[in-house]
Each structure stands twice: as C-alpha cells, then as structure tokens.
Design a protein around this ligand. Structure first.
Ligand code: SF4
Length: 343
C-alpha cells in the first residue's frame, strides 16, 4: 500500500527512500518540492530523473485531502475551507488575512472529545485524531489556493490539539524546520482548554512556540459543566502549568476568555479572573488576556455579551495591570469564528 509521504517522520522517510534514491541531495530536492514548492504531484518534480519520479509515485501518496467547499466572509475576507479526508470524514481550516499577512487556523481532530457546550466543534461526535500529514496538508492546500505564504499558524480549529499530542508535536517540528516551513516559533500558537500533563510535556520539549489557554470559566463547578468532565482540570493547576510553560520556554502565554452573556461576563467573574492570575503570579509582561465576545449566530443557547459588559470586564482587568485585548471575531458570517467550526 502507498504511504502518505506527509505522515512520515524524517528518519522513516529516508529509510523508505533508500531503495530508490541514494544521494542526499536528491532527498533534499524531494523535500523542497513537497514543502517549499508545494507540488501537488510527483510529476512536477522536474529536476528529478523520470524513473525516480515514477518510483516515488508507485511508493507514496503526496496529497490525500479534498477541498469540498470554500466560503469567504464578505465582512473581513476570512475563508473557511471544508476538507474531506480519504475516509470521507469532514473537518475545517480557516484562512485569516490581515495586513497582507495570512494566518491559518488548522484542525487537529475530527470532532472534539472535550465537548465544550458553547462550541460547534464540541457538538460534532469525535471520530479520530488527524494524522501529522493531514494537519500539514491543510496548510499546503491553502497556500496552493492563495499562492501566498502563511505567516502564522494557529492550532485553534476543530479538536483539542493537546489530546493529539504526538501528531501535533511532529507538525510543530516540521513548521520550525528550516528545510520544511522554516517558521518562527513566535508565529505558531497552540490553543488548549488546559490539558495540564500535555502542557508540561510541551514545555519540557522546549520548542518554545506560543501557548494559548482557553480559560472560559473561572468557577470550577461551572467549568465542569461547560467542559467535558474528563478533561476539566482545576483552574489553579491549569494556570500553574501555564506559568511552568513560561518558565521553561521564556515564551509569552495568552489566556483566551470567551465572554458569553450572563454565563461568564459579570463584574464578579472579572474580579475572580484577576484574583486567580494574581495568586498564580501571572500578572506580568509575559501574560496577555484576550477577551473574545461570543458570537451567537450558530448557537442560540448562548448569547453575545453587551458592548458595555465587555468594556467593564476589560477595564477591571486593566486596573490590575493585566495586559488585555478585546479580539474581534473573524468570519462570523461564514461560521468561521471561534467555536463555530461545526457542521
Ligand atoms: S472549544 Fe476547543 S476543546 Fe472545546 S469543544 Fe471546541 S474545539 Fe474542543
């Protein structure tokens, strides 16, 4: 059976190639065609002998995903891509253009086992993890489509990336590799609801990419109701793992807080969040809080907070010298915004 070339780890790749290519420079040429020139078939590898191209085609699959649909926001140009895998399963990626720079938000799983009640991805039955290749291919296909390089990669699409640790870790290594994507660690963000052991593992791996923790409720009992019980860690434990991450990697930590009307947007909630950050020693220049007003378009159970409550929340945090931003929701009209990547 043909192997999916994007799934292979470097060593495995070299071992499998051994029978058909001996020279190191040929291997480098192959890597260049895959990642830099973003070829979609082995026939395009024109500086390789024809026989070698045929051998590659016999042994490997270069691409496996199909773009089923592409929807572009008329508000801000955000584009939602619907992908289909070989097993016909569906998932999404989102292109967010800003000032001539493109960010791509990739999915790491099909469905999401965490099942946060406000999230459309959480409502999709968890099917499986995406493979390393399937995550990388989202990026390659979007770059083929836009003919532009991606400046930033966000692991904020469908799924909890820290529950697909090994594959996500391999993708991160490819993104940082100069032979492949050569991205800066500051331009890669992994977002998690706070899977504490995985955050520590990522910290110890010392890749140094940016980490974002979605801490949407600051009351543990309510947090358990909002986030699937199996994946809900204590708020202090989550924040302390964030602190450990900063210490180990010297990287900035973002706390994402999705503001939902009458659920977590009160003055009391703002004070509680401030208190937790203070107690965990997380009020400093390495920590930034992003407030994201919930978009109610696809989820009628929850409501968008009022502008006044968002401002009040932000001001309370600011008064305690917390670095805080209110993030504009992108692609709200095409269901590409935070928590909207469902069917
Ligand atoms: S918010 Fe993230 S972790 Fe929660 S259900 Fe949605 S995709 Fe999964």
């Amino acid at each position: 059976m043909k192997k999916y070339i994007l799934d292979l780890a470097s060593e495995q790749f070299k071992t499998l190639l051994k029978s058909i290519v001996k020279e190191e420079y040929r291997i480098n040429q192959i890597i260049e065609w895959i990642y830099s020139k973003k070829a979609i078939s082995f026939g395009e590898f024109t500086n390789l002998p024809k026989k070698l191209r045929e051998n590659l085609d016999d042994k490997f699959k270069l691409r496996t995903l199909k773009i089923l649909k592409k929807e572009k926001s008329t508000i801000d140009g955000t584009t939602r891509y619907t992908f289909q895998a070989v097993d016909k399963k569906i998932f999404f990626a989102v292109l967010i253009p800003k000032n001539d720079k493109n960010s791509v938000c990739v999915s790491s799983q099909i469905g999401c086992p965490v099942k946060c009640v406000f999230c459309s991805s959480g409502k999709v039955k968890f099917v499986r993890n995406l493979s390393k290749g399937e995550i990388i291919e989202q990026l390659l296909q979007i770059e083929n489509d836009t003919l532009e390089k991606t400046s930033r990669v966000l692991f904020m699409g469908m799924g909890e990336p820290m529950l697909n640790f090994n594959n996500v870790f391999s993708v991160l290594s490819s993104l940082l590799s100069n032979k492949k994507f050569g991205m800066s660690k500051r331009h890669i963000t992994v977002s998690t609801v706070g899977i504490v052991p995985a955050i520590k593992k990522l910290a110890d791996s010392n890749l140094g990419i940016r980490l974002a923790i979605s801490l949407n409720l600051i009351d543990e009992k309510r947090q358990k109701k909002i986030i699937g019980n199996n994946f809900s860690f204590g708020i202090r434990d989550i924040l302390n793992s964030g602190k450990y991450y900063i210490k180990r990697t010297n990287s900035r930590l973002t706390i994402e807080y999705l503001l939902i009307k009458k659920i977590n947007d009160s003055v009391t909630d703002a004070h509680k969040l401030t208190r937790f950050l203070k107690q965990c020693d997380l009020i400093n220049s390495n920590v930034q809080v992003n407030l994201i007003p919930f978009n109610h378009l696809v989820n009628v159970e929850f409501k968008t907070p009022t502008v006044a409550s968002v401002q009040k929340f932000r001001n309370i945090l600011k008064l305690s010298r917390i670095i805080v931003n209110v993030r504009q929701t992108k692609g709200a009209d095409i269901c590409a915004a935070c928590g909207q990547l469902g069917y």
